[in-house]
Design a protein. Structure first.
Length: 170
């Protein structure tokens, strides 16, 4: 049984598409939203009786799996002092997935990260131009060895945000 991801709309609806016959059905899934963790449901198509598994996705934005090498920089936080350079902590990352609002990365160094900590990331997309992305981010989730980072700003006129937008849908 293969598993598909279905996004939940703002009005708590989800559209299920039978992988066998292509018939779709939209259902109110608000009764599932209080569950912790992944929401996995088994569906049966009303037309062809095919059974298939679906994961309901609460995210607002699509997340694209990647395997992109990059670097991180963490500036020391001293009140009233701006440090750039020799006192910065730097290292390698692998971008595991990307969305319009952030990335999930694996750091090359073993380090205790804290939710709310600021990190700069730099990596190249694997598009035809190998587009460079530089973004400031904040730690939002620590999931085993990977860290979920949320970009601190989103601007439709920003060249990095535009590049990520094009990349997401290519």
């Amino acid at each position: 049984m293969s598993e598909e991801r279905v996004f939940i709309t703002e009005d708590n609806m989800a559209t299920f598409l039978c992988p066998q016959c292509g018939v779709s059905r939209t259902v109110d899934v608000s009764n599932y939203l209080d569950y912790e963790g992944a929401i996995k449901v088994k569906c049966t198509c009303k037309k062809c009786s095919n059974r298939y598994a679906v994961t309901l996705e609460r995210r607002k934005y699509y997340r694209k799996e990647t395997n992109l090498p990059g670097v991180f920089i963490i500036e020391p936080s001293l009140p009233g002092v701006a440090y750039y350079g020799k006192n910065s902590e730097k290292g390698l990352i692998v971008v595991l997935d990307i969305s319009l609002t952030g990335v999930r990365v694996k750091f090359s160094v073993r380090r205790e990260f804290k939710v709310g900590e600021k990190v700069s990331v730099e990596f190249n997309l694997d598009d035809k131009n190998r587009t460079l992305i530089r973004k400031e981010a904040v730690v939002r989730r620590i999931i085993g060895e990977s860290v979920g980072l949320e970009f601190t700003s989103r601007n439709p006129d920003d060249k990095y945000d535009k590049s990520i937008g094009f990349y997401m849908f290519s």
